[in-house]
Design a protein around this ligand. Structure first.
Ligand code: NIG
Ligand code: FE
Length: 417
């Protein structure tokens, strides 16, 4: 059979195969390794992964990549990011080093609110232009599928503009970018003492306008003591669900206020952050099938002493995922390899558990497990070729990149110099 591309002689391919579903508990310790392996690719999809000799004998090809001595993993699925903004907020980082907390800074008018005016003033084209180099860096670090949220608009038109920018980025960038509406990211300053009025705008104007525009796949909300309460979140999420959006939550990031429990009650596809999630919340998520998306780089950047209880969640049988949370405020981290390092070092995930969390379980958090997140026949040929001695090297190494090549749908989208 003639294919487009074969990759041969890989020392190891970590397929992370799971039969198209999330990995739970001990399954997260199995990277699905095939040694001396090859891959046949046609029309952007994987036709077969097998012993390299089998691939060489069975197929002819237009292009052959010799991966002698190299390791191949699935491309990363970064299932939580906020990459569409105008200015960076490194001064808040310096303020945190002087002892101010993220919440103190937000309540004093910094934080998300300080990102709103510049997004409002920017054109859709400017938002796209500013985001391209950020996403190019993520691609160079192995991200082949990226979820991206609005939420720096907070007016109907500015939110729709951010979502259009995300759609444009999906069109022009070589990776898949999945849009999430996050109009409930903060209360605009003028509504800080009148939540009811802004909730009315969210439910009666923004969600219908977002549905009419037809770009967003998910609706997310920042449920936390200083922003959206449980009761407020329930109303907004119910309206989004009724309108037809799948639900995500920023839940129990800093304080345990019942966010994980609400994610279970609402049937969210994922609950994200969970730095302070309660035992009851973890149990409720398991029963309801909510995927925990842990964002350890955020708590690292916030100088937190504690992290989400990833180990406990794995031991309780939850399909833990990890993501960068790349944003201008709490976490300016674009690197899935560094996120794996922090997941391992601060939450105790083994290197292989971190890899499963960054690939197949993350794909499940986007409802995309049929097409991405593992290397299996029929799925997209989204992969990373690494120059490193073993899989453990990914979280072990801190700093420079050991990625040689990133492929999306069988095409090379990044090649190391
Ligand atoms: O996920 N938690 C809420 N939203 C972002 C922070 C965004 C910002 O500070 O600009 C987060 O951490
Ligand atoms: Fe976030």
């Amino acid at each position: 059979m003639k294919v487009d591309t074969v990759i041969i002689n890989a020392r190891e391919i970590a397929t992370v195969s799971s039969g198209g579903k999330a990995k739970y508990g001990k399954e997260m310790s199995d990277a699905g390794i095939i040694k001396n392996a090859g891959i046949a690719i046609k029309d952007g999809k994987i036709i077969e992964i097998a012993d390299s000799k089998v691939i060489e004998d069975k197929y002819s090809w237009d292009m052959m990549i010799d991966a002698s001595g190299k390791i191949i993993t699935p491309g990363f699925v970064d299932s939580h990011s906020h990459p569409v903004f105008v200015h960076t907020r490194e001064d808040e980082f310096a303020m945190r080093l002087e002892g101010k907390s993220y919440v103190d800074i937000a309540l004093a008018g910094g934080g998300i609110r300080s990102s709103i005016a510049s997004v409002l003033a920017a054109s859709e084209e400017e938002l796209v232009e500013l985001s391209i180099p950020r996403i190019e860096k993520m691609i160079a670090l192995g991200t082949t599928t990226l979820e991206a949220k609005s939420g720096y608009g907070l007016t109907t038109e500015s939110e729709l503009k951010q979502l259009r920018a995300i759609q444009k980025l999906d069109d022009i960038m070589p990776i898949d970018i999945i849009p999430t509406f996050m109009g409930a990211h903060e209360y605009p300053a003028e509504y800080k003492d009148d939540h009811e009025a802004f909730i009315k705008i969210l439910i009666e104007e923004m969600i219908p306008a977002v549905m009419e525009q037809g770009i967003a796949k998910f609706c997310d909300i920042f449920t936390e003591a200083h922003v959206y309460s449980i009761e407020e979140s329930r109303r907004i999420l119910s309206a989004a669900k009724e309108a037809g959006l799948q639900l995500k939550m920023h839940a129990d990031e800093i304080e345990s206020i019942g966010g994980a429990e609400l994610a279970a009650e609402m049937g969210c596809i994922s609950a994200d952050h969970l730095g302070a999630a309660s035992d009851e919340g973890i149990k409720a998520m398991k029963e309801a099938g909510v995927i925990p998306v842990l964002l350890p780089a955020t708590l690292f950047s916030l100088r937190s002493k504690t992290y989400a209880r990833g180990r406990k969640m794995i031991e309780e049988g939850l399909p833990v995922a990890i993501a960068t949370d790349y944003n201008p405020g709490s976490c300016n981290c674009d690197s899935m390899p560094l996120t794996m390092s922090i997941a391992s070092l601060q939450m105790g995930l083994s290197p292989v558990e971190s890899l499963c969390a960054a690939t197949i379980n993350a794909a499940c958090a986007l409802g995309m497990e049929d097409s991405v997140g593992s290397l299996e026949a029929g799925k997209l040929a989204d992969l990373i070729i690494w120059d490193m001695p073993s899989l453990n090297f990914i979280p072990y190494h801190l700093g420079s990149s050991h990625i040689l090549r990133v492929m999306k749908r069988g095409k090379t989208i990044h090649l190391a110099q």
